[in-house]
Ligand binder design. Structure first.
Ligand code: COA
Length: 188
């Protein structure tokens, strides 16, 4: 089956945030985010040192979007216009109507419900525009903030994949979380 192309307008707005796909001009802001080891610690995103790495990352995200394999938004503070995080889908399997969600936020903004607010819009986009049936998330067992975020959004823990990932030079377990379309509709 051929991959569906997404609607042109991927701008999402929430009370405090604006979400839009990242562009080359966002490289400096993205470097600021991914230069912080606490942001990249549990993910396969490299801890960045140069703007060229951020540019390459944005190029890869654009290629993923063009191939219909995912979509990642920059999360912007509506008031300041600053890039404060990113989130979105990858490993989009269109025939099985499933994708993986992931996210990151600048530590200055932790503990204020910003990612919950962003993901509520992103999950809606996933279930309604991308026609997803199942949204998965893989989480490092040490990443309790991420687990709390998912539980709060109605995700269920399905199990632990041992040594499933190889991140920052070590094997790590992955906790598998998922939210199904019907579960999301019940709580929406
Ligand atoms: C995962 C991550 C995005 C979670 O950030 P977070 O700020 O804890 O999550 P939220 O934005 O949902 O905020 C929830 C917190 O805000 C609080 N909060 C304050 N105002 C709130 C509001 N209006 N609505 C909801 N929660 C609110 C909640 O009580 C909760 O605080 P607590 O953790 O102290 O109990 C962040 O830790 C991160 O970027 N980590 C690094 C990247 C990473 O590991 N990503 C995961 C890959 S799978």
């Amino acid at each position: 089956m051929e991959n569906q192309s997404l609607p042109e307008d991927q701008l999402l707005e929430t009370e405090r945030l604006i979400l839009r796909p990242l562009q080359m001009g966002d490289a400096a802001g993205l470097l600021g985010l991914y230069a912080m080891p606490e942001v990249t610690e549990f993910t396969d995103i490299p801890t960045m040192k140069e703007e060229a790495q951020a540019l390459r990352w944005i190029e890869q995200l654009n290629a993923m979007r063009s191939a219909g394999q995912g979509l990642r938004w920059g999360v912007f503070d509506r008031e300041s216009g600053d890039l404060i995080g990113t989130c979105g889908f990858h490993h989009w399997d269109q025939s099985r109507r499933r994708a993986e969600v992931s996210y990151d936020l600048s530590p200055r903004y932790w503990g204020q419900g910003y990612m919950r607010e962003a993901l509520q819009a992103v999950l809606r986009y996933g279930f309604e525009q991308m026609r997803l049936h199942r949204i998965e998330a893989l989480v490092d067992p040490r990443d309790t903030r991420s687990q709390n975020l998912l539980y709060g959004l109605g995700f269920k823990l399905e199990g632990v994949l041992r040594d499933h990932d190889f991140i920052k030079d070590r094997f790590q377990d992955d906790m598998v979380f998922a939210l199904l379309e019907g579960e999301w509709k019940k709580q929406a």
